[in-house]
Design a protein around this ligand. Structure first.
Ligand code: PGA
Length: 261
């Protein structure tokens, strides 16, 4: 894993955005895996700025989102479809037919999940996957004890995640859906590059367990230790519990120029 620590969340997200912009400029038909949540918002804002001010072109890009709540129609203001339109897609020139999110209203959820997996394969797989991390170490909605080989499927949210996400439902936990459709950990592991972003002290224990703890389904993000190209973008607060904090800083600053982002 490559651990990149920046002073602030915004700086960390700007660096991640630079990596994505390089990918999209080099391969305009790139396939991006996208995440919702508060964490990637500064990253999305920077991509929007690059699109507006630097002509970063998303017209040939294909996107797949990690997850969606079951039972929320796409027009619901807390659906992840709505979130993505509001915070990213309506500001970029991604073609509507190239945008993919699981459909939380699908009649046949297992068939829908299998079709989602097939679609990812059909376009050649995900080039760069953006990931947040839950305070319990989840990636996408793969909660602790998820199979490390899992594929896109329905999951039940933990009480912790329901409590964490209640802030988006006027603080009312009873409004938070109990189920979601999520890419599996096996699906995420097939992305060519994984970018895990984490900001704030609330994520520090999960980040330390992910980067420096044992690989275990109890910390689903820890499987990224097995990924060939996993990059972890942190602010100082999220990095605060890392034993090798200074070493990661050293490695980053001593990178040969051709390796720099
Ligand atoms: P957050 O959520 O970005 O809102 O902190 C991350 C996650 O739960 O994966």
């Amino acid at each position: 894993m490559e651990v990149i620590i920046q002073d602030s969340a915004v700086e960390s997200c700007h660096l991640a955005a630079r990596l994505i912009s390089k990918q999209v400029r080099a391969y305009p038909q790139s396939v991006l895996g996208l995440a919702t949540g508060s964490t990637p918002l500064p990253l999305y804002q920077e991509l929007i700025r690059m699109h507006r001010e630097e002509g970063l072109d998303f017209s040939k890009v294909t996107t797949f989102n990690l997850d969606e709540y079951v039972g929320l129609p796409r027009a619901h203001n807390q659906s992840y479809f709505y979130f993505m339109q509001r915070h990213l897609f309506q500001h970029l020139n991604v073609s509507a037919e190239k945008i993919h999110l699981p459909d939380g209203m699908a009649d046949d959820i297992p068939a829908h999940c299998a079709a989602y997996e097939a679609k990812i394969k059909e376009v050649g797989g995900i080039d760069i996957q953006i990931l947040g991390i839950g305070s319990d170490g989840h990636i996408a909605f793969n909660e602790p004890s998820s199979s490390l080989a899992s594929r896109t499927r329905i999951k039940t949210l933990t009480e912790q995640t329901i409590a964490d996400n209640a802030r988006f439902f006027n603080g009312d936990q009873s409004q938070v859906p109990r189920h979601c459709i999520t890419m599996g950990i096996g699906t995420i592991m097939e992305a060519k590059v994984n970018l895990l972003l984490a900001h704030g002290s609330g994520k520090a224990p999960a980040v330390a367990a992910t980067v420096e703890g044992p690989i275990t389904s109890m910390v689903p993000a820890s499987i990224l230790q097995h990924h060939e190209r996993a990059k972890v973008f942190l602010d100082e607060e999220a990095a605060a519990h890392l034993k090798l904090h200074d070493y990661y800083q050293w490695v980053y600053h001593e990178k040969p120029s051709w390796q720099k982002i």
